[in-house]
Design a binder for this molecule. Structure first.
Ligand code: GN1
Ligand code: MG
Length: 362
């Protein structure tokens, strides 16, 4: 791997003396490495090298085109805001696509990231960052975007795939997951509410981030302010409730999304309140009533959707998500189901919190 990483850096014209590399293990699909170089003046510069997962992203060139367009658009509105800068190769491309894979390289931003966080100031700043991200893109021409993963947050299609793969049962794993599958099917109707509303024209399509985990925001270690929203791979047309919901299902969970003690999974309402405050303050003036009314539901929808995706991947033999041990996708499924169940019991309270901030900031 080291030789490949050094080759990639050379192709991206990185100057200086190569020192070392380490894997950054955050992220469930791409492979990410931090690489360190010594400059001529003795200082050290770090870069991020990423191998994009081409099983997941079938047209990675289109992903790069989307990122370039969106980053440029945000930069034109907020020129002083930090952003990831993708380096160019000798032949002026922002990627290398060869038989070893699809590679890209960008600047490393020293910062703090969180997988779980109960510092309410940081959580509120994350809500602000994702809310602002959405607002900055509110007049972005969505027809310029490639749909890099078709039907990404189409919960109905996610369920259809799960059911079809469970029927095929290619790895003989169905017998282990009967209970999980049964529960997911029992809430299918509710979990598909937002997709149905979208199909009926009751929810507007916007340009959304689509992967709003709190670890996709880089924070200043000292001030706790959000520095930049990263991982723009899945920026596509989508629903605001997807972005809010995905953030909620990840950030408000008492435990990490793949915690083996899944009975500990659940919504921390203080964290929910803090995130909601930041998000609503940014977005409230553009949200429709239907959007507001489905924000909290979005958390449940996304927890169910992720459960179907993790469970489906387990059933088909772990093809999509990186796993660190054989039952990893099953553990992820169980943890998301436990979270979804807890969300059902707290849904009224979550809706009240959304409405309180909506009134306050309107
Ligand atoms: C994947 O790789 P990462 O962590 O950025 C996935 C998301 C899931 C997430 C679950 C392209 O994101 O949709 O919510 O794992 N990304 C893709 O942790 O499928
Ligand atoms: Mg991602």
């Amino acid at each position: 791997m080291e030789t490949k990483i050094r080759d990639v850096c050379r192709e991206f014209k990185i100057k200086g003396e190569y020192l070392s590399y380490e894997e950054i293990t955050i992220g469930n699909v791409n492979k990410t490495y931090k690489v360190n170089f010594r400059n001529d003046d003795g200082s050290v510069s770090s870069y991020v090298v990423q191998e994009v997962n081409t099983y997941v992203f079938k047209s990675p060139e289109q992903v790069m085109e989307n990122i370039a367009n969106v980053t440029e658009f945000i930069h034109s509105k907020k020129p002083d805001e930090l952003s990831l800068h993708y380096y160019h190769t000798i032949d002026h491309k922002t990627y290398i696509f060869d038989k070893t894979g699809f590679w890209r390289l960008f600047n490393y931003i020293p910062s703090a990231t969180y997988n779980v966080c109960d510092d309410l100031e940081i959580v509120c700043n994350a809500g602000t960052a994702f809310g602002e991200f959405q607002m900055l893109l509110s007049d972005f021409d969505a027809s310029k975007l490639h749909e890099t993963i078709p039907h990404f947050h189409n919960t109905i299609k996610r369920y259809e795939k799960l059911i079809a793969d469970a029927n095929d049962d290619p790895c003989g794993r169905l017998k282990e997951v009967k209970e999980e599958l049964e529960w997911l099917l029992s809430v299918k109707d509710k979990a598909c509410t937002m997709t149905r509303m979208r199909n009926n024209g009751e929810l507007p399509l916007r340009v959304t981030h689509n992967d709003t985990k709190i670890n996709n925001v880089l924070f200043d270690k000292k001030t706790k302010k959000a520095l930049v929203v990263i991982d723009l791979d899945t920026v596509m047309p989508g629903l605001v409730g997807h972005d809010f919901g995905d953030a909620i299902r990840f950030a408000t969970n008492y435990v990490e999304e793949d915690c083996k003690d899944y009975e500990k999974a659940g919504v921390n309402l203080d964290v929910f309140t803090a995130f909601t405050k930041g998000f609503i303050k940014q977005t409230v003036h553009t949200l429709t009533e239907n959007e507001l009314n489905t924000l909290a539901l979005g958390g449940f929808v996304l927890a169910c959707e992720l459960s179907t995706r993790f469970l489906d991947d387990y059933i088909i033999g772990d093809k999509y998500f990186k796993i660190r041990y054989p039952e990893h996708n099953l553990v992820r499924t169980r943890c998301q189901i436990a979270l979804a169940k807890d969300m059902l019991t707290k849904m009224d309270r979550m809706n009240e919190i959304v409405m309180t901030f909506a009134k306050q900031y309107r």
